[in-house]
Ligand binder design. Sequence first.
Ligand code: PLP
Length: 427
Amino acid sequence: MTTNHELFQRALARIPGGVNSPVRAFKSVGGEPFFTARADGAFLWDVEDKRYIDYVGSWGPMVVGHNHPHVRAAVERAIQNGLSFGTPCPAEVTMAETIAELVPSMEVVRMVNSGTEATMSAIRLARGATGRTRIVKFEGCYHGHGDAFLVKAGSGALTFGTPTSPGVPDALADLTLTLPYNDLEAAQKLFAEAGDTIAALIIEPVAGNMNCILPRPGYLAALRELCTRHGALLIFDEVMTGFRVALGGAQALYGITPDLTTFGKIIGGGMPVGAYGGRRDLMQQVAPAGPIYQAGTLSGNPVAMAAGLAMLDLIRVPGFHDELDRRTRLLTDTLQAAADEAGVPLSINRVCGMFGLFFTSGTVETYAQATACDVAAFNRFFQAMLQAGVYLAPSAFEAGFVSIAHTEQVIADTYQAARAAFVQAAA
Ligand code: PLP
């Protein structure tokens, strides 16, 4: 039998860091990643046939659980007809219509192949449509690995970006302004000083890339108003929250209409898919309807569309999100109880289908509070859970995901593992 360790050694020789996406490498939690052989429902099995309850869900897409028979059957049917055509195909039209039906702000939609492509394309469109060059993002928000987004905040609201990654030219980073999430005053100040140079403000309406941080009441509405007043576009990056926190995404949950929205993850049902879209007058400026160029050899791929549409069939069943919300609450309530029993300070943020565990006694609403939590305690907890067969995201700064396949029994088993793991985390 091939072991995880053997595979990782081979991978290290041929793949940077042994992985094709950095956080998979367990660098921040320590140890080596396991290699998944198969997945079903709430579970992963590694190549050594160890089973894990999975709270990563392929980083978000698997909201109905892994390997769902309805999605698998749709893919099996689609592949009978060929893998890629390079011409329009019917499923693309159905996909655009379905997205527009479920998310009314998505009047016109363009399919792409990843969340990164969606966000990069959305800001190109924002720049092209407004004739402005600057974009605003939030410290701790992740929008994929496009140059414009690999910029982290300085200390003040007007701080110009500095690249967090070598390879991002300063000239580009200077066009990305960063703000602290959930700080309305900072946003108002920035817009007062530079509003007429800002093409777009892009935000994760629930921040899922600095663990899980919810917007303060009224915050998103105030950002909407600021953007409108200053002629900047509001882009909701719903790559993570889309179809998860509500059928209509965070924009439905909080009652905000962005100008543009980006999707990924769930919309591909596990296949590599992204989408961006929004106001008709903006989207009609995208090539070939308009002059702003964006394209893709495999965009709207028939197999990917089949997987995504099958996924959307499953989650639009009435009551799906109420049940997902109930399961999420059950999980976070039991984890809180387990931490309390062990005397471990733990604060949990939660929204339908997403949660964040913070090793601190205070509430967490900002990036500064998230990064001040006890990362070493999280790492001990992560390792103890992994040992017990529960796979959490291998970083203190990633949200956890619950799927509809996480039954009450699975959650009860998670609770049992967590009781012991919190004791180890406290050590
Ligand atoms: N935007 C958000 C909010 C994300 O969480 C991610 C990925 O995690 C992306 C964009 C980038 O998506 P992808 O990894 O598909 O390029």
